[in-house]
Ligand binder design. Structure first.
Ligand code: ZN
Length: 143
């Protein structure tokens, strides 16, 4: 019943403690999407800059709506996917469908926590965003 805060503002002296939860969420989203880019071997310098661009825009977005911080990874993944589609083509290509036209995985949920890459054709959840490398084993070379 007292306004004084027993576990509040004192005690955290390290610089890392001053990184806001939003910055941490942005950093995590960036790391997850970069991991997927590396997994599919498209993490070139200009691609990385696409991620940075998305993170910068989403920083503004999440400052307006902090509750959305759990959605950042899925949103950044979709931003980068869109940007890559314009510049490079479909990404990430579906690793589960062996035949038929190449198609990209999609992020589900589009706006929600715990985003995954899914193949909407096969109806398969392929991997969590950030875990694409583990799911595909890399080396998806196609002729
Ligand atoms: Zn597929």
């Amino acid at each position: 019943m007292t306004p004084s805060d027993p576990h509040g503002t004192s005690g955290d002296a390290s610089p890392a403690a001053h990184v806001s939860p939003l910055e941490q969420a942005l950093h995590a989203a960036r790391a997850l999407v970069l991991a997927d880019l590396v997994a599919r071997e498209v993490a070139e310098a200009d691609v990385v800059s696409l991620v940075e661009e998305s993170v910068a825009q989403r920083r503004w977005w999440v400052e307006q709506w902090p509750e959305g911080s759990a959605y950042l990874a899925g949103l950044v993944a979709q931003d980068v996917q869109d940007a890559l589609l314009e510049r490079y083509g479909r990404w990430p290509l579906c690793p589960v469908c062996g035949s038929g036209a190449p198609h990209a995985l999609e992020v589900e949920p589009e706006l929600g926590p715990d985003p995954h890459w899914v193949c909407t054709k096969a109806g398969v959840k392929v991997a969590a965003v950030g875990a694409l490398g583990a799911a595909t084993g890399g080396g998806a070379a196609e002729s």
